[in-house]
Design a protein around this ligand. Structure first.
Ligand code: AR6
Length: 324
């Protein structure tokens, strides 16, 4: 069964939401669900298919909820229920991928449009809503939440995460590289280690990168990202051009992500490690650049994550946002 790309985005934003801790905003998840609704996102639903029907149907993936099969009697396909209380109320589990579903190994499953399910649920009196990916990082979709998601206006979002870019589930992770693009220490070393030697082969073909610019490669063994965007931050010198070059790293990375169809991107604190950029200055430049980029792209939705590998990085952003 093919994985729906919009469902994959929902799965990724859900992972990051859980990864980012209890104060994290669910906006990226709502953006992804809303994008899915607009693009006929398919989810998997568990069904109880009577034996006789499974024998009649050549390809069970094509069965839709509500289909009626006529044999001697009329047989309806029923959705699997998760009981919610003793009064017969229930939730219906939905899944973004077979991997999610298989976390508990259950049999009959069909593809279904999320939009159609959202429309249908209003009519099901005893159904309280859906639970997306109930076995792991779940999203409760009560009827009230569904109503607010359906009318939700997508908006680009910037989240601050305490953690490593290498762990993020996004379309692109950004690498704080050097001009050779052939690997190094810090996050560059961690990314090359996780992605494997094929990354180095592709990087060799790129023939380096100037400070402030960005180049893109595949993510190879980094399973939960599609691309790596390599950008070269300035080595801190205290001169005015440092700020322009650092800002260019963020802007060029975002432009490259957009050009490659990405809707989510995770940044490390470029230049704030080995290259010695003072944290508070770098935090302000990165934040202002991303906000400006959002303003310049009002019709694009990008979920941006700033990954703070050290507490001090997150503190710098907290201080900055508290003062705005
Ligand atoms: N995993 C995730 N993030 C990390 C890790 C890691 N293992 N190590 C550091 N960070 P840095 P720069 C975060 O030093 O200052 C390399 O040798 C760190 O907390 O990796 O741009 C390159 O090849 C900070 O937020 O990069 C260059 O020569 C961010 O990653 C040079 O370092 C950037 O710190 C680039 O220096």
């Amino acid at each position: 069964m093919r994985r729906d790309i919009y469902a994959l985005q929902v799965e990724r934003t859900l992972f990051n939401w859980y990864y980012s801790g209890e104060n994290a905003t669910p906006k990226p998840v709502f953006n992804a669900v809303q994008e899915g609704l607009k693009n006929d996102m398919q989810v998997l639903v568990l069904v109880e298919i009577p034996d006789i029907v499974s024998k009649m149907v050549k390809n069970p993936e094509q069965i839709k909820v509500g289909d009626i099969f006529t044999t001697e009697e009329e047989l309806a396909i029923k959705l699997y229920h998760l009981p919610a209380n003793e009064q017969g109320k229930y939730f219906i589990p939905l899944f973004t991928s077979e991997e999610e579903l298989n976390k508990k190994g259950i049999a009959s499953v069909i593809n279904q449009s999320l939009k159609e399910l959202f429309e249908a649920v209003a009519l099901w009196k005893d159904c309280l809503g859906f639970i997306l990916n109930p076995w792991d990082k779940k999203l409760m979709l009560s009827k009230d939440i569904i109503k607010s998601i359906v009318s939700y206006q997508e908006i680009s979002n910037l989240s601050f995460v305490r953690g490593s870019v290498v762990d993020m589930h996004v379309d692109a992770i950004v690498n704080a590289a050097n001009k050779s693009l052939l690997g190094g220490g810090g996050v560059d070393g961690a990314i090359h280690k996780a992605a494997g030697l094929k990354l180095l082969d592709e990087c060799r073909e790129l023939k380096g990168c100037n400070t402030g610019e960005a180049k893109i490669t595949k993510a190879y063994n980094i399973e939960y990202a599609d691309y790596i965007i390599h950008t070269v931050g300035p080595i801190y010198s205290g001169k005015k051009q440092d700020a322009d070059l650092l800002s260019a790293c963020y802007k060029n990375s975002l432009d490259l992500a957009l050009k490659n169809g990405c809707s989510s991107i995770a940044f490390p604190g470029i230049s704030t490690g080995i290259y010695g950029y003072p944290l508070e200055e770098a935090a302000e430049i990165s934040l202002l650049t991303v906000v400006q980029w959002f303003k310049e792209h009002p019709d694009k939705i990008m979920n941006v994550y700033f990954c703070c590998f050290k507490d001090s990085e997150l503190e710098a952003y907290n201080k900055l946002t508290a003062s705005i």
